[in-house]
Design a protein around this ligand. Structure first.
Ligand code: FES
Length: 72
């Protein structure tokens, strides 16, 4: 789905950017241009970014709890 129509940025591209370390709307604005034209995409882009960061953090936390202790 295209999130930022003005700059043709999709939700997938926002998630990929988050995987590369972008963590804020300022990062998306600087690196992808999200929200730099009409600004109508900002709340949706922020939601996509934060949902993805949260889901990857939860997944990483679950993995860390599933790891066997050293020497087990
Ligand atoms: S839709 Fe993103 S700046 Fe216009």
């Amino acid at each position: 789905m295209i999130v930022c129509v003005c700059n043709n940025i999709s939700d997938r591209e926002i998630r990929q950017a988050a995987d590369l370390g972008l963590t804020s709307m300022g990062d998306l604005r600087r690196d992808l241009g999200v929200g730099t034209c009409c600004g109508k995409c900002v709340s949706c882009a922020r939601q996509v970014l934060h949902d993805h960061i949260e889901s990857t953090t939860v997944a990483a936390t679950e993995l860390s709890f599933r790891r066997e202790p050293a020497g087990a």
